[in-house]
Design a protein around this ligand. Structure first.
Ligand code: NAD
Length: 480
């Protein structure tokens, strides 16, 4: 049964409130392209309240013991576990992904809260042996302070929960500016924390005009850390603004993941895993396999079988249990994907399947496969963030590695081979923050998640994630 789609308020200082000016932004149903609800639109006066709340929330939270923070976070995870069906339903209604994927995202969000809750109890310092008798040298970890977090619409729960959980496990407070396209699922997540009696002001949630909010919050003296997930172009703007104000930063930006299939690969495994992960969430995934680089000896077989599998993907309303791929999340994505296909075809690419939007209602696009794609096409250079797979052949192993490293992105990379020597070389020579060989093993919360080069810096997973929300303090003391 479908849950009625809720309108979303701001969450400031422990209260769900309308914007002071009463403004709202429409939320569109990606299946119909028509409004399904709205979200409160914060302006500067609302942000000032959020800043005050984050400051007073931080004062209380940093004095709360790590053990008590852990208990409250575990209760938040339990709340989300109890509400999984409702939250997943709302997520599909506003974002479009199939319900099974929304449930998987919600389950992962629970796991993330639990993991950071535990990890917050292990923000250990150390004692360094001193050179002088009576001196004690200590290194301790302290929360950086109030955080400003900016999250996108492709994983409204997971992008927000990683930031919220890492920040509050470390003892920080946070103002989250989540995506206006998908506000209600993030609000449902925040409600799980609110209902776990996490003190007022520790978590605040706002929506509005992204640039207006980031330009106000990032330079603000109260904000001590900035964390952003989104495109490289916006990430560079925000990182430079943060740099001007000497703010600590985590940037999880775009990618253009190469997927190399070697001559000796297990093709059945490669096809199954790559097709599934290419079209998951309609390709709107920062670690989505993007450039398929396949050895010429297995190229024809790979393209034929890949295309057959893609033709069988059932596209439809994510609430229909049969659906394997939903619509794109918003209208800008449809225009963008159309322009990637047109550009590639104008430069000689062949469409093996797909290539068009579906119908005139909503934001549906056909799962698409392209071959004969030249390296000067936009799709081979810019992040497409949609359901298109360009497949190109390679002759020598070194050529495949060179192509994988050609772009200035470095988020995820994938490779398939049964040779121990090739597996070792792929792992060591591909320039990427994360490499998954012979399976898809990226994004588990206990493992690092982040990029290099234009894909950003900092980590949203593993021990490294919480480190980004901590200052290191050195204290040396001498007894009399
Ligand atoms: P976009 O660059 O306009 O927005 C991406 C995200 O950044 C959105 O959530 C948006 O609200 C936010 N944003 C934009 N300008 C901002 C600003 N000045 N301050 C703060 N936040 C800002 O593009 P889009 O059309 O929403 O998405 C298209 C591109 O964004 C994709 O092609 C992809 O490269 C990237 N993207 C990446 C991720 C990711 O997981 N890394 C997620 C969503 C989008």
């Amino acid at each position: 049964m479908t849950v009625p789609y809720p309108n979303t308020k701001l969450y400031i200082a422990g209260n769900w409130v309308d914007a002071i000016g009463g403004e709202t932004i429409d939320v569109m149903n990606p299946v119909t392209g028509k409004p399904i609800g709205n979200v409160a639109h914060a302006r500067i006066a609302d942000l000032d309240l959020a800043i005050d709340a984050a400051q007073s929330g931080f004062k209380v939270w940093k004095e709360t013991s790590a053990y008590n923070r852990y208990k409250m976070m575990r209760n938040a995870a339990m709340n989300l576990r109890d509400r999984i069906d409702e939250v997943a339903d709302i997520l599909t209604q506003e974002q479009g992904k199939p319900l099974a994927q929304s449930k998987a995202e919600t389950n992962l969000a629970i796991d993330i809260i639990d993991w950071f809750a535990e990890e917050g109890r292990r923000t250990y310092g150390r004692i360094i042996p001193a050179r002088i008798d009576g001196v004690q040298q200590m290194v301790i970890k302290e929360p950086v302070g109030p955080v400003a977090g900016f999250t996108p619409w492709n994983f409204p729960l997971n992008q927000s929960v990683r930031k919220i959980s890492a920040a509050i496990a470390a003892g920080c407070s946070i103002i989250i500016k989540a995506a206006e396209e998908t506000p209600a699922s993030t609000a449902a997540l925040v409600k799980c924390f609110a209902d776990a009696e996490i003190p007022a002001g520790v978590i605040n949630l706002v929506y509005g005009i992204p640039s207006e909010i980031s330009e106000y919050l990032i330079p603000h003296t109260i904000i001590k850390k900035v964390t952003f997930t989104g495109s490289t172009a916006v990430g560079k703007q925000l990182a430079s603004l943060a740099g001007n104000h000497m703010k600590k930063v985590t940037m999880e930006l775009g990618g253009h993941a190469p997927a190399i299939v070697c001559e000796d690969a297990n093709i059945d495994t490669a096809l199954k895993v790559l097709v599934e992960n290419k079209y998951r969430n309609a390709g709107q995934v920062c670690v989505s396999p993007t450039r398929f680089i396949v050895h010429e000896k297995c190229f024809n077989e790979f393209v034929k079988r890949f295309t057959e599998m893609v033709k069988n993907i059932k596209v439809g309303n994510g609430l229909d249990p049969e659906t394997q791929m939903g619509p794109l999340a918003h209208d800008r994505r449809v225009e963008s994907i159309e322009s990637f296909v047109t550009d590639a075809v104008n430069k000689g690419a062949k469409i093996e399947t797909g290539g068009n939007r579906i119908g005139n209602e909503g934001y549906f696009f056909e799962p698409t496969v392209l071959t004969e794609v030249s390296l000067d096409t936009r799709i081979m250079n810019e992040e497409p963030f949609g359901p298109i797979a360009p497949i190109i052949p390679f002759k020598n192993f070194d050529d495949a590695i060179e192509e994988a490293n050609r772009l200035n992105y470095g988020l995820a990379a994938y490779a398939y081979s049964t040779s121990a020597e090739s597996i070792r070389e792929l792992g060591s020579r591909i320039e990427s923050g994360m490499i998954s060989i012979n399976h898809h093993g990226i994004a588990l919360i206990e493992t690092p998640f982040g990029g290099i080069k234009d894909s950003g810096y900092g980590s949203e997973g593993g021990l490294e994630a919480i480190e980004g929300y901590l200052n290191t303090k050195f204290i040396t003391q001498k007894s009399f």
